[in-house]
Every structure is written in structure tokens, then in C-alpha cells.
Design a protein around this ligand. Sequence first.
Ligand SMILES: [Zn+2]
Length: 125
Amino acid sequence: MYAPALLPSPAPVPPAVLAAEAALLVRDGPYHVGEAYFANPDGAAIQRRWQAELQVRAEARAASVFAECVYCHDEILPSQESVLLAGARLHRECAHEWDCFANGPTEAEMKEQMDGFDAPVEEAA
Ligand SMILES: [Zn+2]
């Protein structure tokens, strides 16, 4: 026979998991998790906890994958604009720089660069 008082206490559930679980409960109700129906609400609660843990892990993984720019290797802050290029996340400026390197400048940029050459040259008196 085991003495439950001597068993290690279970690890506390992270608040993000509890929040995701509460959102699932509000969205699906006590007898459903997603499209799955559970006759026993305790079974639905266990499935809801697994679903919430899975969701939180997936969000953390997605955040860590896209945290670094593959061009300059700096962190992409949430306030910065980023572009998804061939499955890799880049700063918008880095994506433009890469595009210019790979494909040359755009027609508008070429015109902008050529404007200086079209200016009339003043002759020295
Ligand atoms: Zn960058």
C-alpha cells in the first residue's frame, strides 16, 4: 500500500496552459474538445489539458523558430516588420537587400540612381 502523502507533488501547471485550457472550455463546452465528443466530462478535461499543452508548446516552438533573421542573424522583435521568404523569416530591410543582391535593383531604384546623371552640368565660366 502506498502512502499518498509521501509521493512527490505534481508539477504546477503553467499559467499559459491554464489559459489555453479555459479558452478551449469556453469555445467547445464541457463535453467537447475540438470536434470530439466525450460522454464523461472528466475525460474531456484530460483531453482538453493535453490539447492546451500541445497548443502552448506549438506556439513556443513557432516563436523560437521565427525569432532570428536568417540574413543578418539578429533577433526579429515583435515590433519589427518581417517577411517569410522560402520558409525563412527575414527583416523587411534584409529581404530587400537580398532581393537587390539576387535580382538587381528595381526599375524605380534604377531611375532614382540615374536622376543624378541626367542633371545638367554647369559649365565653369
Ligand atoms: Zn535581418
